[in-house]
Design a protein around this ligand. Structure first.
Ligand code: AMP
Length: 417
């Protein structure tokens, strides 16, 4: 019989065998955020379409062709969130967080949606964890943000890590540079890809992201914003580099790094892994000093990043096997209810216990105990007796069921001595 339904294109189920690896990523990230004083925020998975049009930028690929947009029954234009920063800044403004001590340090975790062409490492529903430090222009915040992502990726042992670092300067400085870049693009217009040519006015920086051969040649000779940094922008960038050097975080300077979203100013960065193929970006971000104001708040400098959970898992390779349980309880017909009672008592005491819930034979239950990976089985007898069996050695002994937690604790202590 063929399956009647399948997951929508570009989405996937997270099956139990994969969930332990994801949980490991969550714990590493959550612990790193908590250690550094970041608090968790959760926002809705859909928002007013206008928030993303404004916050991400009208001329970006995301807004032009990748958003899942729909009208609700009340005729409101809504969009499944393609990224986190606009929503978090909306929440910052809506809840008056500018009145709190600054910066407000936040992190988030959840699903995001982009209508992209699915391929290895690229999905239409994917997951990110995300950090934002809102309300400071100090280079300390840029460095802290980058150091934390580096720390999480290292703790997870993501192989072949690389950090690309650049600066786009402040808005005003970039305006002058953009004009220079436009002139360079116009002078080479005949060699450019069609979509790049069309965006010379709206978003000339995006030409750096093109895969088109002619465009790449033109961009190799283009001036970069990094060559034009001066004054406060240059000082800010020097401070970020110095702080990363001090923390032992290695980086490659890259003037072609512009990132896909419109709102970046000054610092931009991206972590990559050579263990990934074409989709090598693990996570990245930068400073966005104008976004909160753009969304109706007071002028508020900020910095943040997002990392892709599926990309990290891909770079890590084979998922580790799930944690085995401590004990599997095997019970004959007459002792099944007692088995559940015992399991409940032991679970309340913190022991990981499983048991048969499908009336299997003794042999079937022993097989299940074996498959569960449990170190030990508790085998109940018809007469109410209990035997503890070490699954690997086959050693058995009588067990005092009145003290099942104590018995398991002593066994564990023996294991580790
Ligand atoms: P971005 O907001 O585009 O910088 O994305 C941040 C990170 O999210 C990227 O570095 C990827 O790891 C991940 N990511 C972005 N888009 C996708 C996608 N369509 N599928 C899977 N991961 C993605």
């Amino acid at each position: 019989m063929s399956a009647r339904f399948q997951v929508p294109r570009g989405t996937f189920d997270v099956l139990p065998a994969e969930s332990a690896a994801r949980a490991r990523v969550f714990v590493a990230a959550a612990n790193a955020f908590t250690r550094a004083g970041y608090a968790r925020i959760e926002t809705p998975v859909f928002e007013d379409t206008e928030l993303f049009a404004r916050g991400v930028g009208e001329s970006t690929d995301i807004v032009q062709k990748e958003m899942f947009t729909f009208a609700d029954q009340g005729g409101r234009e809504l969009t499944l969130r393609p990224e986190a920063t606009a929503s978090i800044c909306r929440a910052y403004v809506e809840h008056g967080m500018h009145k709190l001590p600054q910066p407000v340090k936040l992190w988030a975790w959840g699903p995001f949606f982009r209508h992209e062409r699915p391929q290895a490492g690229r999905f239409r529903q994917f997951h990110q964890f995300d950090l934002e430090a809102i309300g400071t222009d100090s280079p300390l915040a840029d460095a802290e943000a980058i150091i934390l992502l580096d720390e999480i990726l290292r703790e997870l042992r993501v192989p072949d890590l690389r950090l690309r670092l650049g600066s786009l300067g402040s808005f005003d400085a970039r305006a002058a540079y953009r004009e220079e870049l436009r002139a360079h693009l116009r002078a080479n217009e005949d060699k450019l890809a069609g979509d790049v040519r069309e965006r010379i006015d709206a978003n000339p920086l995006r030409a750096f992201d093109s895969d088109h051969e002619g465009t790449r040649e033109v961009m190799a000779a283009a001036p970069t914003m990094l060559d034009r940094l001066e004054g406060d922008d240059a000082e800010h960038f020097d401070a970020v580099k110095r702080l990363l050097d001090g923390a032992g975080v290695a980086y490659e300077l890259d003037g072609t790094l512009v990132r896909g979203l419109d709102y970046y100013t000054r610092t931009v960065f991206e972590f990559e892994s050579d263990a990934l193929g074409a989709q090598s970006a693990l996570g990245g971000g930068g400073r966005y000093d104008g976004l909160v104001e753009e969304l109706g708040g007071p002028p508020t400098p900020a910095v943040g990043w997002a990392a892709g959970i599926e990309r990290i898992l891909l770079a890590l390779g084979e998922a580790p096997p799930p944690e085995p349980i401590d004990v599997f309880i095997v019970a004959p017909d007459g002792q099944r209810e007692r088995a559940l009672e015992l399991a409940t008592t032991a679970r309340r005491a913190g022991v990981c216990v499983d048991l048969d819930l499908a009336d299997r034979s003794h042999k079937g239950q022993m097989k299940q105990a074996d498959r569960s990976g449990a170190q030990r089985a508790v085998i109940l007898g018809e007469d109410g007796s209990a035997t503890l069996r070490h699954m690997e050695t086959g050693e058995q002994r009588e067990l005092d069921l009145a003290d099942i937690e104590g018995e398991i604790e002593r066994e564990r202590a023996e294991d580790s001595s």
